[in-house]
Write a protein that binds this ligand. Structure first.
Ligand code: G3D
Ligand code: MG
Length: 166
């Protein structure tokens, strides 16, 4: 079966682990790589009738050295860049994550995500900002909620589709 590595990127507490949990739900059989502090979740999806195994990597350790990040990124076909819609600084970090990730994986695909869209009263990052960033990198964007599940499935399936396009 075709396998693709996907990395979740973004600042602390934006909801990376929660998004993965929401998406993989019952199928939780994750592996822990203590050398780089990464967890790997596996979920099989279907893209145009073909099964695709998504290996979804999540950093759980606190360390973020450049060499550790390179090891984390290496071999990824896709990434999900997550910010918290209620914290502007988490959006501002995404540009650098995107650049670093593309440097290691030139042909990879990624999607820009504003998470915690359920917190409507506290929202600071608007659609236009997300769209601008996505346009810079010729990619798409979503607003999601790991809490309600809004657009979570759509997001991962869209990335799966884009990764198979090459
Ligand atoms: P991280 O893996 O990016 O560091 P986590 O982030 O998934 O650990 O989430 C950090 C906190 O944000 C958690 O709260 C989690 O429940 C919350 N969170 C994640 N996604 C959403 C969302 O879509 N909406 C809301 N309202 N909260 C969200 P705690 O309190 O458990 O630390
Ligand atoms: Mg986490």
């Amino acid at each position: 079966m075709l396998q693709k590595k996907v990395c979740l990127l973004g600042d602390f507490a934006v909801g990376k682990t929660s998004l993965i949990r929401r998406f993989v739900e019952g199928t939780f059989s994750d592996k822990y790589l203590s050398t780089i502090g990464a967890k790997i979740n596996r979920k099989v999806i279907e893209v145009q009738g073909m099964p695709l195994s998504m290996l979804i990597w999540d950093l759980v350790g606190g360390e973020r050295s450049a060499s550790l990040m390179r090891n984390y990124y290496r071999g990824a076909a896709g990434a999900i860049l997550v910010c918290d819609l209620t914290r502007l600084e988490t959006f501002n970090s995404l540009y650098q994550y995107a650049k670093n990730f593309r440097e290691i994986n030139a042909r990879s695909r990624f999607i820009v995500v504003g998470n915690k869209v359920d917190l409507t009263a506290d929202r600071i990052v608007n659609d236009a900002r997300l769209a601008d960033l996505a346009r810079k990198f010729h990619t798409s964007w979503y607003t999601t909620s790991a809490k309600t599940g809004a657009h979570v499935e759509t997001l991962f399936l869209e990335l799966g589709r884009q990764m198979l396009e090459g």
